[in-house]
Design a protein around this ligand. Sequence first.
Ligand code: FAD
Length: 452
Amino acid sequence: MSDDFDLVVIGAGSGGVAASRRAVAHGAKVAIVESSRVGGTCVIRGCVPKKLLMYAAQYGDAFREAAGYGWSVGHPHFEMARWAASKAAETQRLEHIYRQLLAGSKVELVEGRAVVDGPQRVRVGERVLNAKHILVATGGAPVRDSIPGIEHCPTSDELLDLHVLPPRAAIIGSGFIALEFASMLQRLGVQVSLFYRARLPLRGFDEDLRTRAAAALQAAGVTLHPGAAPREVQRAGGEWLLILDDERLLEFPFVLNATGRRPNTAGLGLERLGITLDAAGAVQVDARLRTSAEGVHAIGDVTNRWNLTPVAIAEGRALADSLFGPSPREVDLSLVCAAVFTLPPLATIGPTEADALAAGHKLKVYEADFRPMRQAFIDGAERCYMKLLVDAASDMVLAVHMLGADAPEIVQSLAVALSAGATKAQFDRTIAVHPTAAEEFVLMREPSRVVG
Ligand SMILES: Cc1cc2nc3c(=O)[nH]c(=O)nc-3n(C[C@H](O)[C@H](O)[C@H](O)COP(=O)(O)OP(=O)(O)OC[C@H]3O[C@@H](n4cnc5c(N)ncnc54)[C@H](O)[C@@H]3O)c2cc1C
């Protein structure tokens, strides 16, 4: 077994696996190093198990709503241990598939912790891998030092491995992970309190989605504590104690640390090569995913830009094409779709209204805010909100924002139209599919406001 490679990838997550397989397809000799389970965050402790828990939580609503549709359902009861056993089997199955994909593509999997040992050299234990190119695809991990005492609190990693759910939980944070778990746990029978510093959760999303996401959590029974980030967490006799800025002390049997994630660069040896990291430890790259050291590249969450699986995969493939394919190419990140899998979920593509205005656009804002048919029939409270931002000068649809059932599925399809530069007139010419919620997007006739 030779230790000379065209490419050594550090991290067998979404981005690293995609890059290594594409590089081999171009004829490169590739090794991939993984210190934990193959598949990375998305498959083992992120998107996949999270969505499987969301499906479980959805039944909480479905059982309740079924009565309105004529069903008698008895007394449903959720057992986390049964879900956990099925989840473990599913992640094992997926990990096995990833391992087979790597073996089938003749990527050499090296198990252990990688350290960049010098230019073109990666060390894994005693073994030294010589690499024409090094790809850093080490992802990120939960921040465990944001508040004194929080280092002992469970994060999303540990929560997804629980076998028994607590009766009550405090969640600290207001990013997508905090909101998704608040929404899910509440439906699985946990009384959730959400603590965050800002006025609204989901910084970076459109204000109209943020206000509605907060309202939807509240409607589901989550207690919101905006402007109330704990300044310390203590362990007291089997309970967790939150100490708030205003000196209030609150006791919880469980506290979820959802205060953010940090790139995995500590101890990787990148400083040795003079590679530039930002204050959070993220690897700085240019549009071609090159770091400041010749022959060292980085993709995905370790660069802390768009921390999303499809972006890591797209970057991995583009980098392999650029290094070993016929011509270099860049990933177009000007329009990235993102979703938050709360119940109901939200999804978005394009700038927020505030950002579009700040960029100088005059906007026609089209909105629909209604109770979907499925909810109206059972007199349910859940609503659906849709928003199109249209550039008044060119008629181009700049952004789609939605909160409501199936928002991620609907916005994913509209993303194709936006990527193709669709105008509002083209949306208007589209014949609706009826009866759907999505048809509202092609039936919005009058702007609710013109701004900018
Ligand atoms: C709870 C949660 C939910 C999420 N939900 C979504 C979602 O719904 N949609 C979405 O698009 N994204 C979601 N994400 C984000 C998504 O998981 C990441 O964007 C994606 O996994 C990034 O891929 P990556 O290849 O950059 O890194 P990762 O998938 O994190 O892979 C990095 C790998 O590198 C390994 N590694 C680290 N250091 C070393 C080392 N020194 N040596 C060897 N190996 C090393 C790690 O063990 C890991 O396997 C979620 C994340 C979390 C935590």
